[in-house]
Design a protein around this ligand. Structure first.
Ligand code: SRM
Ligand code: SF4
Length: 559
């Protein structure tokens, strides 16, 4: 932050936000400029608020440069799909749109939504129009606003799952930017008159939040959303059929920068309990406190977690309660047991059927006879059920009428989708996108995970542990998009083929792992895991998970 008497030196993104007239800027003109596939630096920041990032195919940079061509620019679009829920018609039409406008591989993200990659500039408006025709949009899927709100996918976890699940959409709506810019730019909406001020926005005003803001909802004991790594984590409390409200966790976040100790992953603090009818308002006010107190000078320190560590959790909570006009009740006792998705057929408390389909790193494509894209398309086109993206990058078939189960089984079998195709470790593994599209990637992630996990599986086999799930996550850089800091085995990209090896996270996502090797190649990582898994088999306590064992034996002093 600036010295006491100096005016704060706001980050350049702040000026972009305040001068954008409700996120308009000159984005429309830039999208109509067919001379380049790129946009300006300001345009790059602005377009994020519309759910899109300018990217290029990093595998093709050298070839393009040699030919004196600009990089192969295209756009990633991230949809806003609260709680990941879609109808069959929406799924089928999205897949068709992805085939027509993007690279044909829909990517299910760790935040329960879908990304299109490889959309060229000229296809941006048609793609956004496709979304609109389906009742979907991409607004606020990225940018310094509240992002897609995620919610625990497993409906069997409590009789009140559906009621809790609806909070994702309610919160997402309440915290949406009020601007008409999205309609104007992408959907040929009526233009805001020259000189006229943008729509008033009580939450975001004209400055939006200092940084991205994320909210997750879950019902214990299931923690598939990793509830403690979000700016707000809502932990549903209820008994029997009755849902009462949420324990509120604030200040989770994972992003960090190699070599900058001021940045770090952090788990949220549970600050109390809020009744269900006040939960949306509480989220709104937490975002508003962060809007007013967050760091707008240094974006690397602008997330809520740093605001809390700078001002203190008690101060933040006091300010929140002042604005809410009531005090939060004491948090209720809860415990978490697992994070993985339930695979195969299962029913909820009301007799509805569901089936989770494993999607390798969330990439919906046909590969090696496991033809997930074709299978899901057939199911959607026959309208056999609804669809839900999970925060573990899978697809859950939801609300399946009893009579459609055999039809779905037949489609799945036809396309090679059989249960037990993957080990438990594989089923729970996550990787971020990384190369070739992510500009921040230092190492491979989703293209490397299948190979790495199969090598971990070999070690598990060797040590008689193949039946165990060991949470394994890889990201291409320390931003942590695949939540590697809460994995039992976390690999964080440091350079090509080189990773930080982090160990000691717990199975249910309540403890951060720690650095075991600062930088290692595959051979060094597997050698270390071989040694540790061997020792684990011999020395583990009854029922002790690998992450707990690693934490106990490797980091005893640090605890
Ligand atoms: Fe992420 C940036 C992909 C979940 C922390 N993330 C990016 C970008 C947009 C790179 C960029 O800024 O240019 C990546 C686009 C890659 C590509 O080619 O698609 C990217 N993040 C993803 C996704 C697609 C990973 C995936 O494979 O599923 C996830 C999309 C989620 C969504 O649907 O909204 C994704 N990102 C996360 C998560 C996990 C979560 O939220 O549960 C995190 C860690 C939690 C957190 O936010 O702290 C995460 N992403 C980041 C950060 C670090 C933020 C920070 O506070 O430092 C960045 C970089 C940034 O914001 O500057 C980032
Ligand atoms: Fe890109 Fe890093 Fe996120 Fe992976 S963790 S998608 S490499 S920003």
């Amino acid at each position: 932050m600036s010295g006491k008497d100096e005016p704060p030196k706001l980050s350049p993104v702040e000026a972009m936000k305040t001068s954008s007239r409700g996120l308009r800027g000159d984005l429309d003109a830039q999208m109509n400029d067919s001379l380049t596939g790129n946009v300006t630096e300001t345009g790059k920041q602005l377009i994020k608020f519309h759910g899109s990032y300018v990217q290029d195919d990093r595998d093709r940079r050298a070839e393009r440069e040699e030919k004196k061509l600009e990089w192969a620019y295209s756009y990633m679009i991230r949809l806003r799909i609260p709680a990941g829920d879609m109808t069959a018609a929406q799924w089928a039409a999205l897949q068709e749109s992805c085939d027509r406008n993007a690279n044909g591989v829909m990517k299910i993200t760790t935040r329960q939504t879908i990304q299109f990659h490889g959309v060229v500039k000229a296809r941006m408006k048609p793609t956004m129009k496709d979304f609109d025709a389906l009742g979907l949009d991409a607004i606020a899927a990225c940018g310094d606003v509240n992002r897609n709100v995620i919610s625990g996918s497993n409906p069997a976890i409590a009789p009140f799952h559906a009621e809790v699940h609806e909070y994702a959409a309610a919160i997402s709506e309440a915290l949406l930017p009020k601007t008409g810019a999205f309609k104007e730019i992408w959907l040929d909406g009526e233009k805001l008159e020259d000189g006229k001020e943008a729509e008033p926005d009580p939450l975001y005003q004209n400055r939006y939040l200092p940084r991205k803001f994320k909210i997750a909802v879950t019902i214990p004991p299931h923690n598939d959303v990793d509830v403690f790594v979000h700016d707000i984590g809502l932990i549903a409390i209820g008994s029997g059929e009755m849902f009462e409200g949420f324990n509120v966790s604030i200040g989770g976040g994972l992003g960090a920068t190699h070599g900058n100790p001021k940045t770090y992953p952090r788990l949220g603090n549970v600050i109390g309990f809020v009744a269900k009818d006040k939960a949306v308002e509480a989220c709104w006010q937490i975002a508003a406190v962060q809007r007013d107190y967050g760091n707008r000078e240094d974006r690397s320190l602008a997330r809520l977690k740093y605001t809390l560590d700078r001002l203190g959790v008690d101060f933040f909570k006091g300010e929140l309660e002042k604005r809410l006009g009531f005090a939060l009740a004491p948090a209720r006792p809860v415990s978490f047991t697992h994070r993985g998705d339930p695979y195969g057929w299962f029913s909820d408390h009301h007799g509805q059927w569901y089936n989770t389909i494993f999607v390798d790193c969330g990439r919906v494509k046909d590969e090696d006879g496991y033809n997930i894209k074709s299978a899901l398309m057939d199911i959607a086109q026959e309208n056999l059920c609804s669809f839900r993206c999970t925060a573990n990058q899978n697809v859950m078939l939801t609300y399946v009428p009893e009579g459609n189960k055999p039809k779905i089984d037949a489609v799945l079998a036809k396309h090679g989708i059989t249960q037990g195709h993957h080990t438990k470790t594989k089923e729970e593994a996550i990787a971020c996108v990384a190369l070739p599209t992510c500009p921040l990637a230092l190492a491979e992630a989703q293209r490397y995970l299948p190979e790495f996990v199969s090598k971990v599986e070999n070690l598990q086999r060797k040590h008689g542990l193949i039946g165990d799930a060991i949470t394994t996550r890889i990201t291409g850089c320390p931003n942590g998009c695949g939540r590697p800091y809460v994995a039992e085995i976390g690999l964080v990209g440091k350079g090509p083929g080189r990773y930080v090896l982090r160990l000691g996270g717990d199975y249910q996502g309540e403890r951060l792992n720690r650095v075991h090797l600062e930088e290692a190649d595959e051979g060094e990582i597997l050698g270390e895991l071989d040694k540790l898994l061997g020792a684990y088999v011999k020395d583990r306590k009854a029922g002790e998970r690998f992450g707990d064992y690693a934490n106990r034996t490797l980091f005893a002093q640090a605890s």
